[in-house]
Design a protein around this ligand. Structure first.
Ligand code: Q46
Ligand code: ZN
Ligand code: ZN
Length: 318
């Protein structure tokens, strides 16, 4: 971008965005991010300023960026963090999240798997012979939903960005997984005791959220979860980035046109998957069984000796 100028004000640019066919200075990059987030919130009817929001934060750039953007825009947004017990990664990610919240005087709700439930992700993966990401994703979803119910929040928010959603979409399309496709929406309405789920960053790429953090002085954990390395999700991202390089904006067309044109055609598929649920005997969460999947996981894993993360690094998934 050396020598290039901002499209809006002609000041020296800090970032080039081929999909917008333009360069931007710091201030106008922030403005672009704010507008894309507001557009996602409005177009998909996510929430209003009267709603209390709970934002899942991991210490990475996307979740801290979305929390920052919502607070800056005047939304009532608290943070939610789960200590997963994934070695140094979890210790560091918790530090970043707590520092972010402390510096800004924001409310952070935290759960620690080891302290509060007597297990951690490596141990759960080993004991149940599941891939770590499946035990992890299920635990995080359960605790996030529970925290939203217990705290009386109106909606939960995650930092999934355009790159994440397009990569998941590619995976779902490669398998023609209709049930997953039908549920892959920027907003899932509340149903059966599950809170409304919103993804305000679906119109922003990782580069844009990273630039937001850099300009706003947000210190985030750059390192990814060690278990994520080498999984299919990253390979799908690379594939989409090669396409994007040859034809800018193909990534956003792939995802956003799916949401506008294709997802409505699948709507009845997702309604069919809903069905009636009971309350879990132990924790009261909605489930199709007597005990929910989380309580069954806790039962199996919590009496077990802690397993070091290195022992489960070979097993990926997602
Ligand atoms: S934290 Fe958990 Fe992710 Fe790590 S174990 Fe997998 S799901 S990769 S977003
Ligand atoms: Zn400018
Ligand atoms: Zn339960």
């Amino acid at each position: 971008t050396s020598g290039s100028k901002c499209r809006a004000c002609k000041a020296p640019a800090v970032i080039d965005l081929p999909r917008h066919n333009a360069n931007f200075c710091a201030e106008h990059l922030l403005q672009l991010c704010r507008r894309q987030v507001e557009k996602a919130i409005d177009d998909y009817e996510m929430f209003s300023k009267d709603d209390r929001l709970l934002v899942a934060v991991s210490g990475g750039k996307d979740s801290l960026a979305v929390w920052d953007m919502l607070v800056e825009a005047g939304y009532q947004a608290d943070g939610f963090y789960v200590g997963l017990g994934i070695g140094d990664y979890s210790d560091e990610s918790g530090d970043y999240v707590r520092r972010f919240a402390d510096e800004r005087g924001l409310t952070l709700v935290t759960v620690d798997l080891r302290d509060d439930y007597g297990y951690d992700i490596p141990t759960a993966a080993k004991v149940t012979k599941r891939v770590p990401c499946s035990a992890c994703g299920m635990s995080k979803r359960h605790l996030f939903d529970k925290a939203a119910r217990d705290g009386g929040y109106d909606a939960v928010v995650t930092g999934h960005n355009l790159d994440d959603e397009a990569a998941v979409l590619l995976g779902n399309v490669l398998r023609w997984d209709i049930e997953y496709l039908a549920r892959q929406l920027p907003v899932l309405p509340a149903r059966n005791g599950f809170p409304k789920k919103c993804k305000p960053l679906v119109r922003l790429t990782e580069r844009e959220t990273a630039a937001w953090c850099l300009i706003r002085g947000i210190d985030y954990l750059v390192e990814e979860c060690p278990i994520a390395a080498g999984n299919r999700h990253l390979y799908y991202k690379d594939t989409l980035n090669s396409l994007e390089q040859k034809s800018p904006s193909s990534k956003s067309a792939f995802y956003l046109n799916f949401i506008d044109n294709m997802a409505p055609l699948l709507a009845d598929q997702s309604a069919a998957a809903a069905g009636e649920l009971n309350d879990c005997e132990r924790c009261g969460s909605p489930t199709t069984n007597e005990l929910c999947a989380f309580c069954r996981l806790v039962e199996k894993s919590s009496a077990h000796e802690p397993v070091p993360v290195e022992l489960v690094l070979g097993k990926r998934g997602r």
